[in-house]
Design a protein around this ligand. Structure first.
Ligand SMILES: NC(=O)C1=CN([C@@H]2O[C@H](COP(=O)(O)OP(=O)(O)OC[C@H]3O[C@@H](n4cnc5c(N)ncnc54)[C@H](O)[C@@H]3O)[C@@H](O)[C@H]2O)C=CC1
Ligand SMILES: O=C(O)C(=O)COP(=O)(O)O
Length: 552
């Protein structure tokens, strides 16, 4: 067993921004894209906000170092280089859904929270998709342009109906589901490929499940993409897939550029391999130059899927709230790279976060030559829920005294891994005398060390109930003293005397004992850190075997 190093790791050039880094002034948020006013107003209450529209990539690199928060839409590319220059950045808010323009891995390594506004613009994107489908089927934009150009050409713009046609969806998440509902309302049959959506769910939506993308490409009259841009979906629509489509089929893309190979699509449209296309998104944006724009059987919009008043208000407010929450040191609800408890019991679980962090920190400070495996047991009620946030909280507490850089919920798992700290968790329904109990175990020089804690009372106050092999009941405080002593009369008085002689005020004291007359331990809360010379005094005093100062 390698064991965890005690010293801060100095190999790191500089630490990632801590969530609550104070620089004496108000934290600063940069908004380089058009964001709805309510979101900006919300941020201005607590932060200095700079709205600097149309920053070039170089200007963003120059400026980003000043800011604690950044809110973007799809036009700003937050590359690893931007993040590397972002010395103070703690949170990136995406006022929308797709986060493919953010290097999330780089952000995570630097401890920068990335959060989006997942359902803010789904209706807008779905309505735009249905609008584009009808616009392409009825050639509305071309007819509009022709009439405005002084022509009355009715026979030139004969379209097709969508009723009784098959709409093929690739991706049946939030947007895809709304598109499906709308299409079914217009009498279409919907066939969808999404390996992450169950057959039952599809059936409940009256959607037929395709087992492969080919099934969609071969059978659909209209094919609409609703997947994120990922390495798996890049180039999903290419020469081969286009060749499988019906020659009358229309392709609709309101998802992301790059998912469609635009050169292959251009050729397929020009040669009649497919009937038409409606595109809102492009591999390079902004663009006005694409050869596709010259084709008559294509309808295009400049990434307008989310551009409704309602969606922009929702996206702006949600992104602002996410960044504000992160800048206050909490994990926002839509964080993409931090553990967010979701579903049943989420709020209940979140209350244990501080306790777990304190237990991790305490365990580290009570353990000499700590081993490399932290074992966390969740007992009782807390064991019924998603406790990943608590895993990270415990790791954070344990690692904090060891590492150089400030830790947060984003970078803790990465730093834990880099430093060889392993985590083992267990869920146990039985929890002794407590409704919920968290037990942390770590091997050390003298064997396994264990600390346990719970939350109690109407305010769910943290309580330390086990340490140094003894049961206690004490509310953990910032400064504490842990003592092992002989279980003989007068020891409590001696603790009071020694601390009193050094001018250290005791807040609370809890005693844990085994068999009367054997060994005992004390957990003492004090108003200030207990210095080394006081600890030495304890060890020189008969009856005291161990004394450790702990700061939580
Ligand atoms: N044009 C615009 O203005 C807008 C574009 N979008 C784009 O639409 C995308 C979808 O948005 P939502 O539906 O809200 O996301 P979502 O996450 O709810 O749904 C995406 C679905 O795609 C599925 N999926 C992922 N990888 C897949 C693969 N390789 N093959 C098949 N299915 C796969 C997932 O299982 C999920 O059900 C966003 O990622 C964004 O890029 C979203 C809003 C506005
Ligand atoms: O939310 C999304 O994924 C979008 O594509 C919307 O982009 P936008 O915020 O309008 O630049």
């Amino acid at each position: 067993m390698a064991g965890l190093p005690r010293r801060a790791w100095e190999g790191r050039r500089r630490g990632p921004a801590g969530l609550l880094q104070e620089r004496g002034d108000r934290l600063k948020v940069l908004i380089p894209e058009k964001l709805a006013e309510p979101g900006i107003e919300l941020l201005k209450k607590d932060f200095d906000v700079d709205v600097l529209l149309d920053l070039s990539a170089d200007e963003l690199l120059e400026k980003i170092g000043e800011y604690d928060g950044l809110i973007i839409r799809s036009a700003t590319r937050v590359t690893a280089e931007v993040i590397d220059r972002a010395d103070n950045l703690k949170a990136i808010g995406r006022a929308g859904i797709g986060v493919d323009n953010i290097d999330i891995e780089a952000a995570t390594k630097r401890g920068v929270i990335v959060a989006n506004a997942p359902e803010s613009n789904t209706v807008a994107a779905a309505e735009h998709t249905l609008g584009l489908m009808l616009a392409a089927a009825r050639r509305i934009p071309a007819a509009d342009a022709s009439l405005k150009n002084g022509e009355w050409k009715r026979s030139a713009f004969k379209g097709v109906e969508v009723r009784e046609k098959t709409l093929g969806l690739v991706g049946l998440g939030h947007v895809g589901a709304i598109v499906a509902r709308g299409a079914i309302g217009m009498g279409m049959k919907v066939l969808a490929y999404d390996p992450y959506v169950s057959e039952d769910r599809m059936r409940s939506m009256n959607v037929e499940r395709a087992e492969t993308t080919d099934e969609v490409f071969e059978n659909a009259d209209f094919i609409s993409l609703h997947v994120p841009r990922t390495p798996q979906t890049m180039g999903l629509v290419n020469e081969q897939s286009l060749a499988k489509m019906k020659p009358t089929a229309y392709l609709i893309n309101v998802a992301r550029g790059g998912i469609v190979d635009e050169t292959a699509l251009y050729n397929a449209l020009k040669e009649g391999v497919v009937g038409g296309a409606a595109l809102d998104v492009f591999a390079e944006e902004p663009t006005t130059e694409s050869p596709i724009f010259s084709l008559p059987n294509v309808v295009v919009t400049p990434h307008l899927g989310a551009s409704t008043a309602e969606a922009q208000d929702r996206a702006g407010i949600t992104a602002a709230e996410q960044v504000a929450t992160a800048l206050r040191g909490q994990v926002p609800m839509h964080a993409i790279n931090a553990p967010v408890p979701v579903g049943e019991g989420a709020e209940f679980v979140a209350q244990f976060s501080g306790l777990c962090e304190e237990l991790g920190s305490l365990l580290y400070q009570l353990t000499d030559r700590p081993g490399d495996t932290l074992k966390v047991e969740y007992r009782g009620e807390v064991a019924n829920f998603d406790t990943r946030l608590l895993d990270v909280s415990a790791q954070k507490g344990l690692l904090a005294p060891m590492v150089f850089e400030p830790l947060n919920f984003v970078n803790t798992p990465i730093l834990a891994k880099e430093r060889g700290l392993r985590l083992e968790t267990a869920r146990i329904s039985e929890s002794h005398d407590y409704t919920s109990l968290v037990v942390l175990r770590l091997d050390g020089e003298g064997g396994e060390n264990v600390v346990s804690g719970t939350l109690s009372g109407p305010k769910m106050q943290p309580r330390l109930v086990e340490a140094m092999g003894f049961d206690f009941d004490v509310v953990p405080e910032k400064h504490m003293l842990f003592i092992r002593n002989e279980d003989v009369p007068g020891m409590i008085g001696r603790v009071g005397t020694i601390l009193g002689e050094h001018g250290i005020n005791i807040g609370n004291m809890a005693v844990g004992r085994g068999e009367p007359g054997s060994r005992a331990a004390m957990a003492v809360t004090v108003d200030e850190p207990v210095p080394d010379d006081v600890l030495k005094t304890f060890l020189q005093t008969p009856g005291f075997n161990e004394a450790r100062a702990v700061t939580l």
